[in-house]
Write a protein that binds this ligand. Structure first.
Ligand code: ADP
Ligand code: ADP
Length: 231
C-alpha cells in the first residue's frame, strides 16, 4: 500500500516558486492499476518521481507499506526503491551497445545478485515479455514496442511490487501502444501494482482507477471524464 498524506512539492529557483504538487492525499491499494492523466506541466512526472522516491518533498507524509519514508537516509531510500519499485519511461532508456540480456542484467548487478540468480531472472523476465529468443540482439535491432518490452523486462527482473510508468507508450504507434498496454495488464493481473502516466484516454480507460492531476492537485475521476482529456 502506498499512502500520501498532505504531500506538497515546491520547486524553488532564485525568484520563482513552483507548487508542483499541492496537498496530495492518496492511497493506492495493493494490486491496483492506476492511470494518471492531466495537462502538460500539471505535476504528473513530479508525482511519479515522489512515489518512486526519486525526489524528496517538504510537506506531508508518504508511507510505503506502512513505513514513513520521510527522513530516511539516501542509502535506505535507494534500498527501498530497489526492493519495491520498478520504473519504465517514455524513452525506454536502454543502453544501445548492450544486448537485451545485458540491459536487463545491469540493475541486477547493482543489486549484488549472483550470476546464476541474475541469469534465472533475466531469462524469466524476457520470457514474460515474449523476447527470450532475442536476448543476444541489440536494442536497435528491435521495434520501439519491443524495446519498451525489454525495459519492462528490466523492471520486472527486480521483482518490484510497484511498477511506475511515465508515458510508457508515448513514443509508440497505437498498435504497439496497445500491445505494451496488454502486457502491463497481464503483469498487473499477476499482482504488481501499476501507476501509469499517460496522455491517451483510451489506454487510461483500461486501468481500474483513474486519477487526474490539475495544477498540482490530485483527484479521482470517472472513466467517462477521460473522453475530454485527449491532448
Ligand atoms: P514526461 O512524463 O515524459 O516527462 P511530461 O508530460 O512531463 O512528459 O512532459 C515532458 C516535457 O514534454 C515537458 O516539457 C512538456 O511540456 C512536454 N510535453 C508533454 N506532453 C506534451 C504534448 N502533448 N505536447 C507538447 N509537449 C508536451
Ligand atoms: P507533467 O509531468 O504533468 O508535465 P511535471 O511534474 O514535469 O509536470 O512539472 C510540474 C511543474 O513543476 C511544472 O510547472 C514544471 O515546470 C515544474 N518543475 C518540474 N521539475 C522541475 C524542476 N526540477 N525545477 C523546477 N521546476 C520544475
Amino acid at each position: 500500500m502506498l499512502s500520501m498524506k498532505h504531500v506538497s512539492k515546491i520547486y524553488r529557483t532564485d525568484l520563482i516558486e513552483t507548487h508542483a504538487l499541492s496537498d496530495v492525499n492518496l492511497e493506492v491499494a495493493e494490486g491496483d492499476f492506476v492511470s494518471v492523466t492531466g495537462p502538460s506541466g500539471s505535476g504528473k512526472t513530479t508525482f511519479l518521481n515522489l512515489a518512486g522516491m526519486l525526489e524528496t518533498f517538504e510537506e506531508g507524509d508518504y508511507l510505503l507499506d506502512g513505513e514513513n519514508i520521510k527522513g530516511l537516509s539516501d542509502n535506505r531510500l535507494s534500498r527501498l526503491r530497489n526492493e519495491k519499485i520498478g520504473f519504465i519511461f517514455q524513452g525506454f532508456n536502454l543502453i544501445s551497445d548492450l544486448s537485451l540480456y545485458d540491459n536487463v542484467e545491469v540493475p541486477l548487478i547493482f543489486r549484488g545478485l549472483n550470476r546464476a540468480e541474475r541469469k534465472k531472472r533475466i531469462e524469466a523476465s524476457l520470457e514474460v515479455v515474449g523476447l527470450a529468443s532475442r536476448m543476444r540482439h541489440l536494442p536497435n535491432q528491435l521495434s520501439g514496442g519491443q524495446q519498451q518490452r525489454v525495459a519492462i523486462a528490466r523492471a520486472l527482473a527486480g521483482k518490484p511490487r510497484f511498477l511506475l510508468a511515465d508515458e510508457p507508450t508515448g513514443n509508440l504507434d497505437s498498435l504497439m501502444a496497445r500491445q505494451v498496454m496488454d502486457l502491463l495488464q497481464d503483469i498487473n493481473k499477476k499482482g504488481t501494482t501499476i501507476i501509469m502516466v499517460t496522455h491517451d484516454p483510451e489506454l487510461a480507460r483500461r486501468a481500474n482507477r483513474n486519477i487526474q492531476i490539475l495544477d498540482g492537485q490530485v483527484s479521482d475521476i470517472q472513466q467517462s471524464q477521460l473522453t475530454d482529456m485527449a491532448v
